[in-house]
Design a protein around this ligand. Structure first.
Ligand SMILES: N[C@@H](CCC(=O)N[C@@H](CS)C(=O)NCC(=O)O)C(=O)O
Length: 219
């Protein structure tokens, strides 16, 4: 099995976090041809996005699909719950993160430089993000993790996106995104304290900061 991508991508980091929580130790392979737009990589994933996964002569794209495939096929405890409702709830939380939380990240990147900031855009993005996390709070389980007492699928999908969000929000003077949201607050504390996701957060931030610095040089 080959998992293609670079750690700085939150979509790639999700798949790696799934593999680490399962204990199956998948490592990242850089895209062949040196880029996700190379002819070699496009033959694997025509979307030209990362991650992609190759297994048994076939290829998969889309991080949530890849996370489920790793969970189903690799040794280790199952990250998607057994019960139908619990499994649906995990997929719901993951989907809400993707559909309602993640689209706001583009707006944070777009306005990260104060010199080029559009205040109306920033206010709209922050309002949309606060609404999304408020809605997400309602579907978090009893905790501390999204689905209960152990980290699972939904946690892996959400975590890297919130790592990016919490890296960017201070640039806008926002330090209280989870204020008044006890389940998400407890969840984030668990994520930081966990022996797998805690250290991975630090590695992830290093990769993200390198990526942002290289982007700033070429902007
Ligand atoms: N929905 C996709 C999104 C993947 C994605 O957008 N990855 C970014 C990296 S963070 C990418 O490859 N962007 C390149 C592009 O869109 O051209 C997934 O979940 O895998």
């Amino acid at each position: 099995m080959k998992l293609y991508g670079f750690l700085a991508s939150p979509y790639v980091a999700r798949t790696l976090l799934v593999s680490r929580w399962k204990g199956c130790g998948l490592e990242l392979t850089p895209p062949p041809g040196g880029s996700i737009k190379s002819a070699e990589y496009l033959a694997i994933n025509p979307l030209g996005k990362m991650p992609a996964l190759e297994d048994k002569g076939r290829c998969l794209a889309e991080s949530t699909v890849i996370c489920e495939y790793i969970d189903e096929t690799q040794a280790g405890r199952k990250l998607l719950p057994e019960g139908a409702m619990d499994r649906a709830q995990a997929r719901l939380v993951a989907r809400m993160a993707d559909i309602y939380v993640v689209p706001n990240v583009g707006g944070l990147f777009r306005n990260a430089n104060p010199a080029k900031r559009n205040d109306a855009d920033v206010q709209a993005v922050l309002a949309s993000l606060r609404k999304a996390v408020g809605d997400l709070e309602q579907f978090m389980g009893a905790g501390p993790w999204a689905g209960g007492v152990s980290p699972g699928f939904a946690d892996a999908i959400m975590a890297p996106n919130f790592w990016v969000i919490f890296e960017l929000l201070p640039k806008f003077g926002v330090n209280d995104l989870f204020a008044g949201l006890p389940r998400l607050t407890r969840w984030y504390d668990a994520l930081e304290a966990d022996p797998v996701s805690g250290p991975m957060h630090r590695d992830y931030l290093e990769a993200l900061r390198q990526f942002l610095a290289s982007r700033a040089k070429t902007a």
